[in-house]
Design a protein around this ligand. Structure first.
Ligand SMILES: NC(=O)c1ccc[n+]([C@@H]2O[C@H](COP(=O)([O-])OP(=O)(O)OC[C@H]3O[C@@H](n4cnc5c(N)ncnc54)[C@H](O)[C@@H]3O)[C@@H](O)[C@H]2O)c1
Length: 254
């Protein structure tokens, strides 16, 4: 029996329809949490909830575009209406835009709107509810691209957005450090999700670079990354705030 870290608690997950977010939603539920799943992809998001139900967990799906302030507000208030409180949030929705490598203006705006402004807006809506119930824990998804740029893959907007998520996380962590609120960033290395498959399929050089990137000799399974996220959100990580946790198979150690 897994330790029920989130028994009686409510966890919000954005980007919960696929990849790391879906795995995290499942893990939150397996550890006793009630899960509010948000995504732009309704079919796959509903599917995540069906998977949770099949394991006798509790969840609800909220169609949400994190780039829209109204949509984020509806998600957070909807989750509170449904479950009564918010204890934990995994602000994880993110994209790479295929036009980013050509320094495209629309790609820049879209990437920043989702990867950075989306995280900011989620926290703005979530924190007041967490404070009302005595505190909480937030994990925001950054990346190894929050620390470095990749010379083999020009992704200016993505790299900027993920660096900024770490700065934003630290600022909010310090602001609420005395309020029983912990705010951390999760920095995955290359993880076998749709996002990465899209980049790997782009050209052979990218594929080779991705497959050989980590000293551990493989890409991560999304579940390995989600395990780190839910640990960071749990009471087991009670003295950790303002931290950027790297989960990269040793990539940044090189
Ligand atoms: N896969 C990797 O190698 C990798 C590495 C580092 C960081 N990350 C980060 O991890 C996070 C999750 O990525 P993933 O690899 O699981 O990708 P994924 O594509 O499998 O999942 C991302 C989810 O976010 C959703 N989403 C996209 N735009 C959205 C929006 N505007 N509003 C709400 N939901 C939206 C998608 O529909 C999808 O379900 C992202 O922030 C990504 O930048 C991934």
């Amino acid at each position: 029996m897994l330790e029920q870290w989130f028994e009686g608690k409510v966890a919000l997950v954005t980007g919960g329809a696929d990849g790391i977010g879906r795995e995290a939603a499942l893990l939150f539920a397996r550890r006793g949490g009630m899960v509010a799943v948000a995504d732009v992809n309704s079919d796959a998001g509903e599917q995540t909830c069906e998977m949770i139900t099949a394991e006798h967990g509790t969840s609800a799906f909220f169609h949400t575009d994190v780039a829209s302030k109204d949509s984020v507000a509806r998600f957070v208030s909807g989750a509170v209406d449904r479950f009564g409180r918010i204890d934990v949030a995994f602000n994880n929705a993110g994209i790479t835009d295929p036009r980013d490598d050509s320094w495209d203006d629309a790609a820049f705006e879209r990437t920043l709107a989702i990867n950075l402004a989306g995280v900011n807006q989620c926290m703005k809506e979530q924190i007041p509810h967490m404070l009302r119930s005595g505190g909480g824990a937030i994990v925001n998804t950054s990346s190894i691209h929050g620390f470095i740029a990749n010379p083999a893959l020009f992704l200016p907007a993505y790299t900027a957005s993920k660096h900024a998520v770490i700065g934003l996380t630290k600022a909010v962590a310090l602001q609420y450090a005395k309020d029983n609120m912990r705010v951390n960033a999760l920095c995955p290395g290359v993880t076998a999700t749709a996002m990465i498959r899209q980049t790997m399929d782009r050209d052979e050089a990218a594929r080779k670079m991705i497959e050989g990137h980590a000293p551990i000799g493989r890409v991560a399974d999304p579940r390995e990354v989600a395990e780190a996220a839910i640990w960071l959100a749990s009471g087991a990580a009670s003295f950790i705030t303002g931290h950027a946790l790297v989960v990269d198979g040793g990539f940044l150690a090189q």
